[in-house]
Design a protein around this ligand. Structure first.
Ligand SMILES: O=C(O)C(=O)C[C@H](O)C(=O)CO
Ligand SMILES: [Zn+2]
Length: 280
């Protein structure tokens, strides 16, 4: 498990490109039949990737739960939101099988002992991107398709940010302890996400970018509004955003991203908006 400790805004001002990438970038999430996990000490969120190809892969494969979490199994004191960003597959959670098509989501409650990932076709494997947060009570495990998600169209083509925010793991859709997750899809020709940008001191956030063509990039912008740094991300990479950091991005092509938040509150619109003219 890759462990990332917390970084403060004062320290961040001195960071080189290498430092920024080491602290905040999650470069690789998918390797055949492996579970790749990054534990962030920002709100104790864990970002995980799993691409089962030739076998069914359990969530805790290669993870020492006692050493990392001090629990007997991964979800003993955690909840998790799982999105399939690859081909068809299945997830078995404590004996119940969920068929997972592209862009389907499964919220799995705290207390679930076994979660196992599989692909329908090894030539087009499923790719499960997931984020887990500490939890204090069991909720209901729930399958959520993109049709079930709250749709929040926003932006305009003129501002190159015409997009739809799909709120999957959101208080209006499913009860959770603290996890909120969704998927924002940019229309062709639109490249800016989360502009004007914001912070939310009450929650941290992780952005996972996908559907970025192999020869293109997203320049994700982070830091305090008067001390911004960019971090170049390529397809299927994620970036950790501490609560003090603004977060937005501009692609060289349109793309889709999954955002995940955890912290004190679950109010999606409780953002501290930043005026574009104040950004340095
Ligand atoms: O494109 C957007 O705007 C977003 O998707 C914003 C994220 O959902 C977010 O940062 C929520 O706090
Ligand atoms: Zn945000």
């Amino acid at each position: 498990m890759d462990i990332r400790y917390s970084t403060g805004p004062e320290d961040f001002k001195k960071y080189t490109t290498k430092d920024v990438r080491r602290e905040f970038l999650i470069e690789t999430l998918f390797k055949p039949d492996e579970v790749i996990a990054t534990y962030s000490h920002v709100d104790r969120m864990v970002a995980v990737g799993c691409m089962p190809v030739s076998e069914a892969v359990p969530l805790d494969k290669g993870i020492d739960c006692w050493k990392n979490f001090g629990t007997h199994y991964f979800l003993e004191r955690r909840e998790i939101g799982i999105f399939n960003v690859g081909g068809d597959g299945t997830i078995v959670a404590d004996g119940t099988t969920y068929k997972m098509g592209p862009k389907d989501c499964l919220y799995v409650t705290m207390g679930t002992k076994e979660v196992v990932f599989a692909s329908a076709d090894p030539a087009h494997p499923a790719k499960y991107y997931m984020v887990s947060a500490p939890a204090h009570k069991p909720c209901q495990t729930k399958f959520i398709s993109i049709q079930d998600a709250n749709k929040r169209p926003c932006g305009t083509a003129e501002l190159s940010n015409d997009r739809v925010i799909n709120q999957f793991i959101h208080p209006d859709v499913v009860e959770t302890c603290q996890l909120c997750m969704g998927m924002t899809a940019l229309k062709p020709g639109s490249v800016w996400n989360s502009m004007p940008p914001h912070t939310h001191e009450r929650r941290m956030e992780i952005y996972f970018y996908f559907e970025v063509p192999e020869d293109q990039a997203v320049f994700h912008i982070m830091g305090q509004e008067t001390e911004t740094r960019h971090i170049a991300l390529h397809n299927e990479q994620a970036v950790i955003s501490p609560s003090w950091s603004m977060h937005c991005g501009c692609g060289t092509h349109n793309y889709t991203f999954i955002w995940a938040m955890g912290g004190e509150n679950k109010e999606f619109d409780d953002m501290d908006n930043i005026e574009i003219q104040n950004i340095k």
